[in-house]
Design a protein around this ligand. Sequence first.
Ligand code: FRU
Length: 476
Amino acid sequence: SQYDEQYRPAYHYTPPGGWMNDPNGLVYHDGEWHMFYQYYPHDTVWGPMHWAHAVSRDLVNWQTLPIAIAPDDQGYIFSGSAVIDTRDTAGFGEDAMVALYTIHDPVRGAANTRDHESQGIAVSFDNGRTFRKFSGNPVLPNPGKTQDFRDPNVFRDEARGRWVMSLSVHDHVRFYASTNLKEWTYLSSFGAGESGPDGVWECPNLFPITDEASGETRWVLIQNINPGGPQGGSGTFYFVGDWDGTRFTPDPDFGSDPVWLDHGADNYAGITWDNAPDARRVFIGWMSNWLYAQEVPTQAWRSAMTIPREISLNGLELRQQPVAELQQLREMAFALAPNASAQTVPSAAEYDLQFRLPDSDSSFTLTFSNDEGERLALGLNDAGHWFVDRTNAGDSGFNPAFAAIHTAPRLREDKSARVRLFVDNASVELFPDDGATVMTEIFFPSEPFTSISLQTEGGAQLVSGQGWPLKPADFG
Ligand code: FRU
């Protein structure tokens, strides 16, 4: 079937065909998690952008719906967000779903006028199935001479009774306010200054979250950047701080240096759902990298999303965990034998591993392999860094930057470590140390990896190891 092709993930969202990049318009409404995304239906490389649409009732099984917003004479439909206008502040009607996106004019863009990006809105009264573009677009015109003016991310600032938009502007983020979603007033700007990584800022997301350590509300600013990512190409960082209604200020103890949200090569343009129930903060990212996204060797489609992740904050430490809903995919658990020379495993599986690391140079390597001699290695190296080694994990000839060993410093000094792992046919997501560090990586083995082995050094020991085969999710 369509979903049996080589490299097609079992439980990560992929479009049936065509090109996909950023998740857009993440909003929960009436029992549905909406995920719109950057989409080009006519090829497997980037092109005139549409907002495609998928919905889920459980963040695991997704139904792909018809394209929600298509480009027109005004321009391509670039990334953005969606809100539910419960109290009809815009005058479109109660409970309207309002999409806010960037109108990217390709003609002026090609002529390099530097005023070719502005913000528009569209409204839906059928739970996002169809949208009507607002006749008064753009609602936030380009001020002129402002290249990279995009990716509006809007939330309701209840304390001040207005909407707030975060917008990426070349090398900083700007905040705007509105009472009606149609007229926007500039509030403030925030940039990383001297210390931040170099690259174009894209896809911001500012949101409140309760600090589990203190019970206080803090604010997280997620910011995507390309290039300048932790492994080259695109990447995502965040700040933890305060929002006073006008201005974002990083917490003095957090400092002005952002922290990488994911140390792997393949998690970009991620944002969180607005309006989620039970004060949940759920994140999803595009599981690729602009370095090679348009060259990866999939045939009918290009790119998958990450698994959805629950975000929590403990002090100034942002943690990510796979959403609990994913447990419904588990089949009968199996034990991972300590120091097994090789054990047969399914190519789509979840692992929960507990290691003892008695010495500062204790290290371990988990190797996933196939009969073709290809392997993906990951673990903790003797320098105390988490790593993923995809130098010999299958096809990498499509781009010289792909085959590499990627590392992330370990943030803990504990003599034990719990590592959760989500492996799909062509990706791995590594959640060590309560998800304080995350690495997301894609790979393209000629045959699925169905064997696992473990090597330990420096007294490292697998104390307990459990795995679950994961059933394919329903993408009907
Ligand atoms: C990020 C991005 C956004 C833009 C979109 C275009 O990957 O470059 O800044 O809106 O993709 O598809």
